[in-house]
Design a protein around this ligand. Structure first.
Ligand code: ZN
Length: 336
């Protein structure tokens, strides 16, 4: 029996402006910029990774900033929402923080006995903070602007909208090992591995909406965790045997990836926990300078000239800031 999928590895979305993205996820939400690199397939585009101290799988949200690209469209066959786990009593802190920084949010609601605060990032991507009583043992990033007692612990789950939720559910349950753990209204909740925060996906049955379109402000894909290459090989065979087209293994430097689409069209990835983000810089230095894979290193000067300038968050101070500048308070930009 193949080892179970362990939960969410990361989710990747499209942003507009890179600086606005860093200011929001690092400066406002207090996530750690753990890797500053480029899209390996399109090195004129940043790839920004936010997570906990060392970017543990399950904590990582990543972005391709495509300035000037068309906006995405929310719809079927799309991961429409990323949910982050926060401590049970923290939503009061977060609503005050959002008010201070003029971030619109909806009144908290209760779903599966957890408090949910819905808001959007500057590009319109729907996000949630989920405050729950169950202990989330994951450590927060403690050097960011959010006090540790309120800070994001990592992903809680993702929401996948589907016109035909049964087809997606069949893949999740029959091929990928997910288990149905709850339902409320038009929402079915599945978990995988040990379950709980970081291992959840909600299937939302939606009435005849248009097919989702990937663009600025939408999720590009969600990646599920396996430990290493051996487990990934087995999963690749399992997915192919289910009649699903799956890519060859791709080396993403910080993990190895295979990609496939669920029946509704959303892009899924299975990514390895190893080797992780400390493979090319120390944990203390994560996210402080532009990292390039070996093949692109000879083109560093050209790539740096193409990329827009970025001011890094204060908690991510680098000694080498070739095209980068560092300011004291990244949240200043949010209040103007
Ligand atoms: Zn990915």
């Amino acid at each position: 029996m193949v080892q179970e999928i362990l939960g969410i590895h990361h989710a990747t979305a499209i942003a507009g402006d890179a600086q606005q993205n860093v200011d929001f996820y690092s400066g406002l939400l207090g996530m750690h910029l753990v890797k500053l690199t480029v899209n390996f397939d399109d090195p004129g585009t940043y790839h920004l990774y936010f997570g906990d101290e060392m970017g543990r799988p399950g904590s990582v949200m990543t972005f391709f900033p495509w300035p000037g690209a068309p906006r995405g469209r929310r719809g079927s066959g799309q991961v429409t929402t990323g949910s982050f786990s926060v401590p049970e009593t923290s939503l009061g802190y977060w609503t005050e923080r959002f008010k201070t920084h003029r971030i619109a949010f909806e009144s908290p609601t209760v779903r599966f006995e957890e408090e949910v605060l819905v808001f959007h990032d500057p590009d319109g991507l729907e996000l949630e903070l989920v405050a729950h009583a169950g202990a989330d043992g994951r450590d927060p990033w403690v050097k960011g602007p959010v006090p540790p007692e309120y800070a994001i612990r990592g992903f809680h789950g993702v929401t996948l909208a589907e016109r035909d939720p049964e087809a997606a559910a069949s893949l999740l349950v029959n091929s990928l090992g997910f288990r149905l753990v709850g339902s409320t209204g038009n929402r079915l909740r599945y978990q995988v591995g040990a379950g709980g925060p970081g291992a959840l996906i909600d299937l939302l049955a939606v009435q005849a909406p248009p097919q989702g379109v990937v663009g600025v402000g939408s999720v590009h894909h969600v990646a599920w965790r396996v430990v290493g290459d051996e487990e990934q090989r087995v999963w690749r065979r399992t997915i192919a045997a289910a009649g699903v087209n799956v890519t060859p293994v791709m080396d993403r430097k910080y993990f190895h990836s295979i990609y496939f689409r669920e029946p509704g069209g959303a892009l899924f990835e299975i990514a390895t926990d190893s080797p992780g983000f400390a493979v090319d810089e120390s944990i203390e230095d994560l996210g402080t300078r532009l990292m390039l894979p070996g093949l692109l290193e000879p083109r560093r000067d050209q790539i740096q000239q193409t990329l827009p300038r970025l001011t890094l968050p204060a908690a991510t101070r680098g000694n080498e800031a070739a095209t980068l500048t560092v300011e004291d308070d990244p949240t200043d930009a949010l209040t103007t």
